[in-house]
Design a protein around this ligand. Structure first.
Ligand code: IPE
Ligand code: IPE
Ligand code: MG
Length: 249
């Protein structure tokens, strides 16, 4: 019998072919709650437990970057009561995970218009990012008030200003230069995108960065998602042939 539960995680997966960067659209909290006649907020609470489990599993498996779509620019249009509950949950998550992140060598990073977040949440984010800045086991990259189009607009503006100032020659604008002006400037693009709850859309997530990511959509609602299914998806990823437009071997 295997006495070390975490070692069994590795038995099935090829450690040489792990996705370096996994991005997840965590969807279905509302439907999970609705099915049980609960308030939507209850679904978000349950969903935050899944976040904890998947962060832990990613760390154990050896994934290097985990980008989680937690709140989109469009999500600001939800009822104020739901937005407030999500912000409170986020703050609670940050406070309760601080020790876990420090103990497990996890670095927190955020992408998105974080200046739009409430002051107390921003303070907690700053604190966690500061405390974990030297960690290099896993980057937990939270997409908060994130929108792919807004991100591209921001990059275009920055590049335009540099061009007007004469700091950039328009001929030197390449895909690489654009990548360097995105929130994810320091990161390779996601190898794998997972979306829960069965929706076949990207919902304004990482529009530029997903150009060649492998996509996996599962019907499971985010609060029901767990390590076992995550492992099955990773196994499926390892069976795929990534061609990047070239011909296969
Ligand atoms: C995902 O769950 C969480 C956020 C978008 C913040 P939803 O709240 O979108 O759940 P559904 O899609 O209504 O089921
Ligand atoms: C995408 O889910 C955003 C997050 C998971 C944070 P949504 O529930 O907001 O997306 P749509 O409305 O179904 O496209
Ligand atoms: Mg949704």
């Amino acid at each position: 019998m295997n006495s070390n539960p975490s070692s069994s995680i590795h038995t099935d997966l090829d450690p040489q072919n792990l996705p370096f960067h996994v991005a997840i659209i965590m969807d279905g909290n509302g439907r999970w709650a609705k099915k049980r006649l609960f308030n939507r907020i209850k679904g978000h609470e349950k969903g935050s437990e899944t976040v904890r489990a998947i962060v832990r599993a990613s760390r154990e498996i050896g994934i290097r970057i985990l980008t989680l779509y937690a709140f989109s620019t469009e999500n600001w249009q939800r009822p104020q009561i739901e937005i407030s509950a999500l912000m409170t949950l986020l703050k609670k998550f940050l406070i309760s995970e601080q020790k876990e992140m420090l103990d497990n060598n996890i670095r927190l990073n955020t992408i998105g218009q974080t200046e739009r977040l409430p002051e107390d949440v921003r303070k907690e984010l700053q604190k966690s990012m500061m405390l974990t800045r030297k960690n290099e086991g896993l980057i937990l990259n939270l997409a908060l008030s994130y929108g792919g189009r807004a991100e591209i607009v921001k990059a275009v503006k920055e590049i335009a200003i540099k061009a007007i100032d004469g700091r950039i020659d328009p001929d030197s604008i390449t895909p690489d230069l654009i990548s360097k002006h995105l929130y994810t400037a320091e990161m390779p693009d996601p190898d794998l995108l997972i979306r829960t709850s069965g929706e076949m859309r990207i919902s304004n997530f990482l529009l530029w960065q997903l150009a060649y990511s492998e996509i996996c959509i599962t019907d499971t609602l985010w609060p029901d998602f767990g390590k076992d299914e995550f492992m099955r998806i990773l196994k499926n990823y390892q069976q795929r042939e990534r061609r990047f437009g070239k011909v296969g071997p």
